[in-house]
Structures are given as C-alpha cells and as structure tokens.
Design a protein around this ligand. Structure first.
Ligand SMILES: Cc1cc2nc3c(=O)[nH]c(=O)nc-3n(C[C@H](O)[C@H](O)[C@H](O)COP(=O)(O)O)c2cc1C
Length: 210
C-alpha cells in the first residue's frame, strides 16, 4: 500500500479506490471492473490505484493474475492476520480505510449485504466497511439470484444501506449463471466504473449532467 497522492508515473493526480468483492458469481467481473475504473479515470485525467479486498468466497471466481498488474493490489482475510503479529503493527482493515478515497462493493452478495446492513464485521472487507470514514463515498452493487433479490429482506436491507449513505447501483435483469431469468445480475462493469469516477472527479459528474 503506497501513501502518496501524486503519481509516480507522471503528473496526474492520484485517487485510491477500494473494490470489495464477495461470493457472487459476478466476481468473475472484478478484473474487468478494475480495468474499467483505471481507464475511465485516465480519460478524466486521474491516475487510479486500486486495492481489492476479497472475501474467501469471492476468491473462487477470479485469480490474482487476472487483475491488472500495475496499480492493483489484492488483499484477503489471510493478509489481515499475516500482517499483524504484535501490538503496534498496522491493522490492515484500518490502513485500507485510511488509504481509500472511495469504496465500491462489486459484487455485493446477499450474505455480505445482510452483514453490512446490520453492522457485522467478521472478515477483512466487512471490517473495513464497519470502520469506514462516513465522510468518504461508498457504493454497493448487489448481485444475486432473482428470488433472493425479490425476497422482502432485500428491500429492507437495501433501504438500510441507502439510509447509511451507500449509493446503490441497481442490478439488471438477464439470464443468470444459474439459468434463472430476472432481476439480480450485477450492473455492467463500465456502468459501475462510471459511478465510481463520477464520485471521484466532480468534473466528470458535471459533464454527465449536461
Ligand atoms: C457458484 C456459486 C455462485 C454464487 N453466486 C451468488 C450470487 O450471485 N449472489 C449471492 O448472494 N450469493 C451467491 N452465492 C452464495 C455465496 O457465495 C455465499 O452466500 C457465501 O457464503 C458468501 O460469502 P461472502 O459474503 O463472505 O462472500 C453463490 C455460491 C456459489 C457456490
């Protein structure tokens, strides 16, 4: 984790994005999301560094090598504990919270949605979110089976996340990996990347509004 706000590779200002990845099959799109955020940032004159905090379930859906090599670091629950040995050592979830300018949970699966909406923090990602600096933006991108999405608990938890200041990027309707058709697929990476960059670069949001 670097601690600079100026770009090592040029004079572009640097912004830092934490991607949270959970155990939805949509985590196969995490590498594409990271690429899209970097590209859309560059198009707005900003260099973007990314940290991916992946749950253990998320790791079934993508590999470290699939992430862009430059400017992207993957963190897992193992890192949380391997980096802390004694009092005084840095605590990874606190360091990540300080480091990031924004977090985007993509995909947000039903399990982590329930945990975040209720304040549970039993892994690296949910600890970062529980310790989040509420002055910094936060985005969630739910992804789940249509029956899970239509379950009444989802609306209740989505409303809670909304009231906690999370921007909810709604899922889309399509044939899911399980074969079911309906609402619940994660929004496309380019749409999510646009939501992230618009929060980080006010001029991008102004241009989109015109
Ligand atoms: C192949 C597969 C695909 C899954 N896809 C989803 C999904 O799209 N959305 C969801 O909410 N859960 C999905 N699950 C279930 C989650 O992986 C499970 O609830 C897990 O405990 C989530 O852990 P996490 O929230 O810590 O990542 C899937 C499970 C499997 C085995």
């Amino acid at each position: 984790m670097t601690d600079t706000q100026s770009s090592a590779s040029g004079s572009l200002p640097t912004k830092r994005v934490l991607i949270g990845a959970t155990g939805s099959v949509a985590s196969i799109k995490v590498p594409a999301l990271a690429r899209s955020i970097i590209q859309q940032g560059q198009a707005q004159g900003v260099r973007i560094e990314i940290a991916v905090a992946a749950s253990n379930s998320a790791l079934h859906f993508f590999r470290r090598e699939q992430l862009p090599e430059a400017d992207v670091t993957l963190y897992t629950d193992k890192d949380e504990w391997s980096q802390w040995k004694k009092i005084g050592d840095p605590v990874l979830h606190i360091e990540l919270r300080k480091w990031a300018d924004i977090c985007v949970i993509a995909p947000l699966d039903a399990n982590t949605m329930a945990k975040v909406a209720n304040g549970f923090c039993d892994n690296l990602l949910t600890c970062v979110l529980r310790a989040w600096d509420m002055t910094k933006p936060r985005i969630v991108c739910p992804a789940m089976n249509p029956m899970m999405w239509e379950h009444p608990i989802t609306a209740a938890q989505t409303a809670t996340l909304d009231s906690l200041g999370f921007t909810v990027v709604s899922p889309i309707s399509k044939t899911l990996a399980c074969g079911d058709i309906g609402m619940g697929a994660m929004a496309e990476p380019e749409i999510i990347a646009k939501a992230v960059v618009m929060q980080l670069v006010p001029s991008a949001a102004d241009a989109a509004a015109q």
